[in-house]
Ligand binder design. Structure first.
Ligand SMILES: C[S@@+](CC[C@H](N)C(=O)[O-])C[C@H]1O[C@@H](n2cnc3c(N)ncnc32)[C@H](O)[C@@H]1O
Length: 466
């Protein structure tokens, strides 16, 4: 890409406009970035409110969302590029200014926004929101950024792919190094497959709906513009539009739910068990995604579901998502139920959420490797407690929305060894409609293979009291 010239229409050649123009979509994107930085806001929860408050809809809403989420996902790479274009490292740049520059870099390198528009809109934003002096600094950085495309910058700023493959992938695909390394170990493939996984984390996931059986049908969702799901008999994808505008969703008969989440809950119900099959437990049920499906299946098959969550407000959400389940606020590690009374138990354990990075654009920068260690003890206690809660012959599903080996195989391996009397079942055998879940006995979904979250499933049968 040629360097900017004054006449050629390139961004840097233009003088700043006398009066900065306020662009509502970019302002909303900027405010989201600031809220994430200053108040630890969750981008996917705050964005709909921001759009509503600003009266943004249609293309403006889509632009604001794309700019904010894209910037949050990509800022690992963008900061390396800013560092290469500035005499100050990003950590020495005032955070409000840095966020505006990141927004500009994203527009220049990852969108079809014309470069002159990307620069002038960012410079205007900085003048209005940060200050005139800062806008000159932003202008100078963005002029340099605009001299190359994304791949050319990665070739300059990322560590050498041969000498430091993890470092290269981390910068090229904007993931923290520790997550890149953990995902590479978990996917078990080479650099190519890790790159495909990291790239999938940077894509906008399609909205997936679940038609709760007995309450709505996939046909009803298809009539409302959705497309049939690939694997789950209850799934439909919504290519565009607001899911809340679909009648079945608005009436609480269907919901938004990733397809892998549907399938792991379904797999638990598919394992044959000898003897009674009356009472099911969802031990970590909030906010109620899997409980909603389990409850609907329980109602259809004349079973009973007890759904528990340690936090009251999460339990309340479960109550709203279910129709007949008993819902309680309870700590699964200090159970409010007798041992060995349940026929099937789901432990959807609290985890790092590294399998859902597509949905939570800022999450990768919030978590640290310490959180894996911190969660490990709780995950082990919850799974141990689930094995106590299930009757001999009954089944436990251990699920995480993280593929990190320390949260998945290591937890199951340790608890099974300690507990005794537990058989690890071949989980992929209960999900025959899905290819490539791994060689067993565990099932691992992947965004780049299945277009779902990276959900992990272990199915365990309790044989004796151990
Ligand atoms: C991964 S989320 C569960 C998601 C849920 N199954 C769904 O599909 O919507 C984990 C849940 O575990 C709850 N939790 C954390 N510690 C717990 C404990 N000791 N006992 C019960 N629930 C707990 C959290 O409040 C959180 O709602």
């Amino acid at each position: 890409m040629a360097p900017p010239t004054r006449r050629g229409g390139r961004p840097g050649g233009r003088r700043p406009r006398a009066t900065p123009v306020r662009d509502e979509a970019r302002n909303a994107a900027y405010d989201l970035l600031r809220a994430v930085d200053e108040r630890d806001a969750y981008a996917n929860l705050l964005m709909p409110t921001l759009l509503r408050e600003r009266g943004l809809s249609g293309r403006d809403a889509a632009l604001a969302t794309e700019l904010a989420y894209g910037t949050l996902r990509g800022l690992g790479t963008y900061d390396e590029i800013v560092a290469a274009c500035s005499d100050r490292p990003p950590e020495d740049i005032d955070p409000p200014l840095l966020d505006a520059i990141r927004l500009g870099v994203h527009q220049l390198l990852k969108t079809r926004v014309p470069p002159h528009a990307a620069v002038s809109a960012t410079v205007d934003l900085v003048r209005l929101r940060v200050g005139t002096g800062a806008s000159r600094f932003a202008n100078a950085i963005l002029r340099k950024v605009a001299t190359r495309d994304f791949d050319a910058w990665v070739a300059i700023v990322a560590p050498d792919a041969e000498q430091d493959p993890v470092g290269h992938l981390a910068v090229a695909y904007s993931h923290p190094r520790w997550i890149t390394s953990a995902l590479r170990d978990a996917v078990g493939g080479g650099t190519g497959e890790t790159a495909a996984l990291l790239a999938a984390d940077n894509e906008r996931p399609v909205v997936t709906l679940v038609a709760w059986p007995g309450r709505s049908t996939v046909g009803e969702l298809l009539d409302a513009g959705a497309v049939a799901g690939r694997y789950s008999p209850y799934a439909a994808y919504l290519p565009e539009g607001d899911p809340g505008a679909i009648e079945a969703v608005a009436q609480g008969r269907a919901a938004v739910q990733d397809e892998a989440s549907q399938l792991v809950a379904l797999a638990l119900t598919r394992v044959p068990i000898d003897g009674p099959d009356d009472l099911w437990l969802d031990m970590c049920a909030g906010p109620g995604g899997k409980a909603g499906l389990l409850d609907a299946l329980a109602v259809q098959n004349d079973r009973r579901l007890l759904a528990a969550d340690q936090r009251f407000h999460r339990a309340r959400l479960v109550w709203r998502a279910t129709r007949r389940a008993g819902v309680i606020t309870a700590d699964g590690t200090a159970p409010a139920w007798r041992e060995g009374v349940f026929d099937r138990v789901l432990v959807d354990a609290p985890c790092t959420g590294l399998g859902a990075l597509r949905r939570r654009p800022e999450a990768r920068w919030r978590r640290s490797a310490d959180s894996v260690r911190e969660l490990g003890g709780l995950q082990r206690r919850l799974l141990g407690s689930a094995l106590d809660a299930v009757r001999p012959g009954g089944v436990v599903a251990y699920v995480t929305c993280s593929p990190h080996l320390a949260e998945t195989q290591a937890v199951v391996g340790d608890v099974v060894k300690r507990h005794g009397g537990v058989e690890v079942l071949d989980a992929p055998a209960f999900l025959r409609e899905v290819d490539d879940l791994g060689e067993g006995p565990y099932a691992q979904f992947w965004p780049h293979r299945h277009h779902t979250d990276a959900m992990f499933l272990a199915l365990l049968r309790r044989h004796s009291t151990g």
